[in-house]
Design a protein around this ligand. Structure first.
Ligand SMILES: [Zn+2]
Length: 480
């Protein structure tokens, strides 16, 4: 029997505000422990939280981009549990009245080249907890330490419907969400530092049935690849258990990336275990339609819209458009290049091959030594026949190393393309004279040797000969 995986994702995104959600402590990552704290985020008695308006607007932006309905009245709630990294003994979150509900995102799937709509149940705001440090550099001790710098950092949790049916779909949804929060500039998307993290709920059910199976929650997956691997593993594990007649236990399991397995952490708690109740220190937030419209106006063009526009406006393939819009920075770079020199497809080719090869992360295009002005001029030099495509690669490497303009490099290094017919003719005659056996072979039918002669001629001119002229003259001479 085939079992269908049913997957839902819960994504926590850290909002890019300068200060925390209920106090004015800074949110910067990597500071000395416990210096970004105050009585509010340390949970001292008698203090009162005040909502960070920026955090609220960032949550609204995300909600609008995810096609959610923003609740006109929403409220913070206390989620009660004990853990040493939670000084108040409760986390301020949202429960019955979250900031937004009933949204969706559209994802593109390679398999079957189709689009699928994934429902978003809700988006709510909450504060982050602190961090436990079990090993302290240079200190040997049995104790653990707490760093409260992260306590009170604003998060949004984006909960999807269980609409995902494979690790591939989960990966595509997660990547889309990741791209969107960065387009919106509400989250830096850094998965290693935990500012964008994902938990997954996964269960199996016999194909064609409606009833959901017992779900298992997966945690500790800090990259797209690990989310996909953990889901693959967990689907297989559950399938084998069902086939062996065993019962799936509702629990939380941790992914071990080194071993490639999930293992049980604890039984899964239910919402009522947390005794949620409205936080009496925080009045309900009223968001009127005018405010929603105001935030909607601030939204940038989103990835899917950009893809469609690029295809239409620049007449480039959708494949190119998707790569170029992977992040806003790269899309901006492409458009600046086109502004300098209107050859979108040629520019796209250079970006997709030569430029992206040198960037670990496409976002690093900002500050890349080869600017749009450089690239545009380089492509123009090829088009005008000043340099050959082959020499352009040399010029590109030189630009990367020195930051000089391509025109200046061509002049300085003497890389001008040779388009003088007499000169090329002489070179070709020398090549033919030096390879008389090959000439005879060619004339008796070994036409593959044509490439050999081209190669020799290019070599003799150090790649500078105009390839079209080389081809034309060679053909004329060999066929005369
Ligand atoms: Zn504080």
């Amino acid at each position: 029997m085939y079992y269908e995986p049913v997957i839902g994702l819960e994504v926590h995104a850290q909002l890019l505000t300068a200060t925390k959600i209920f106090c004015s402590c800074p949110t910067a990552f990597g500071s000395e422990s416990n210096i970004q704290t105050c009585p509010v985020c340390l949970g001292m008695p008698g203090v009162l939280p005040v909502v960070n308006k920026q955090a609220l607007q960032f949550a609204m932006k995300t909600a609008i981009a995810a096609n959610c309905r923003i609740n006109p009245e929403n409220q913070f709630a206390r989620k009660n549990y004990f853990y040493p990294d939670l000084p108040k003994g409760y986390q301020i979150s949202q429960f019955e009245l979250p900031i937004a509900e009933h949204g969706y995102l559209e994802i593109d799937l390679e398999e079957g080249n189709r689009t699928k709509r994934i429902g978003i149940t809700r988006i709510h705001m909450e504060e982050d907890a602190g961090k436990l440090v079990h090993e302290l550099a240079g200190v040997s001790s049995d104790a653990s330490y707490v760093d409260f710098n992260r306590t009170g950092v604003p998060l949004i949790e984006i909960v999807s419907e269980p609409d995902l049916r494979s690790p591939e779909e989960a990966g595509a949804y997660l990547r889309m969400l990741h791209t969107i929060v960065q387009y919106l500039e509400v989250c830096d998307g850094n998965m290693e530092q935990g500012s964008f993290r994902c938990d997954a709920n996964v269960s199996l059910r016999p194909q064609g049935t409606e009833k959901l199976g017992t779900k298992v929650e997966l945690k500790n997956m800090n990259s797209f690849r690990n989310v996909e691997r953990a889901l693959e593993y967990e689907i297989k594990r559950q399938q084998e258990m069902i086939e062996d007649g065993e019962k799936i236990i509702q629990e939380t399991r941790l992914w071990d990336a080194d071993k490639g397995v999930t293992f049980s952490m604890r039984g899964k708690e239910e919402a009522h275990d947390y005794r949620y109740f409205p936080d009496p220190d925080l009045v309900p937030l009223i968001i009127d339609e005018a405010w929603v419209q105001d935030v909607r106006k601030q939204l940038p063009e989103l990835p899917r819209q950009k893809v469609l526009r690029f295809v239409k406006q620049y007449k480039i393939p959708e494949y190119d458009a998707k790569i170029l819009t992977a992040c806003r920075q790269l899309a901006d770079y492409f458009e600046q290049c086109v502004k300098c020199y209107e050859q979108p497809k040629k520019i796209s080719n250079w970006i997709m091959s030569d430029i992206l090869r040198h960037l670990n992360d496409p976002r690093n295009i900002t500050g890349f030594v080869v600017t749009p002005v450089h690239l545009a001029e380089l492509i123009e030099l090829i088009d005008k026949g000043t340099i050959s495509g082959k020499i352009a690669k040399t010029v590109f490497d030189e630009m990367r190393a020195t930051g000089s303009m391509p025109g200046a490099i061509v002049k300085e290094k003497g890389l001008l393309q040779v388009s003088d017919e007499g000169e090329i003719e002489k070179v070709i005659q020398d090549v033919l004279d030096a390879n008389q056996n090959e000439v005879a072979d060619y004339r008796s039918g070994k036409e593959k040797l044509f490439g050999f002669f081209v190669g020799q001629a290019m070599k003799a001119t150090k790649g500078k000969a105009n390839p079209k002229l080389v081809n034309d003259i060679l053909r004329r001479k060999l066929e005369s």
